[in-house]
Design a protein around this ligand. Sequence first.
Ligand code: ATP
Ligand code: MG
Length: 243
Amino acid sequence: MIPKTHPRYRSLVTREHLATCAKTGIVSLEGLTAHGRGEAFDYLLGEASTPSALRAEKIAAALLLSARHPVISVNGNTAALAAEAIAALQQASGSIVEVNLFHRTEERIDSITRLLEKHGVKVLSGEVSRFIPLDHDRGLCHHDGMYSADVILVPLEDGDRAEALIKMGKTVIAIDLNPLSRTTRTCTLPVIDEVTRAIPHITRFCKEITEEEIPDILSNYTGTEFIRDALEYIRRKLQDVLD
Ligand code: ATP
Ligand code: MG
């Protein structure tokens, strides 16, 4: 039992939860190490959404709302951390939710789908094919999901697949705490924030912004400005410690 008074209570509870999810197969062992990398960057970013991340989250909402065929791609870590938040975002944005795993087995697809459904997510089912030009099971997706999507939200995505989706002409919104990852650098819009903070923010913006505001929100951004903001935030934080 983790004492509530522990200064890192939230982080320890999350780790315990992910470890339990690894035992049931929802989270892969590799997913646990990926979480550790995320935690390190979250520490450097102050464990809070920066103003720049909030701006990216508002743009993400506008992109999902104006999409013809928006899709949210969910992996094991995202399902374990944010199933309920995904249900709310699906409702607010009208997105299709598809389960996509790097370490793919039918058992994991089934258990992640069940977990999401338990929290109210409608999960796309049916056949998958290698529509994404990648070797290995990472290339598998649904015809009516990611293959037909114009805008795809990928929390915690592998850099290779983010790049392949961009090459297919998709608008890719990534949620990734690492401002230096290939995913962050190749996607259309990097949301450099923790997934359990980012998704509820995007949901709130989906409810708040009006159709008239969308062109203005989408008119003037580049992915690199968010990378620069995050790195500058970290640099200033480190400088404060050194001064
Ligand atoms: P690249 O994008 O450079 O190819 P990668 O995708 O192979 O790197 P992984 O560790 O597989 O790297 O991807 C997981 C990414 O997700 C990491 O960059 C990590 O910072 C980020 N991450 C992990 N947990 C969270 C979280 N809870 N919220 C947001 N991002 C997270
Ligand atoms: Mg990545």
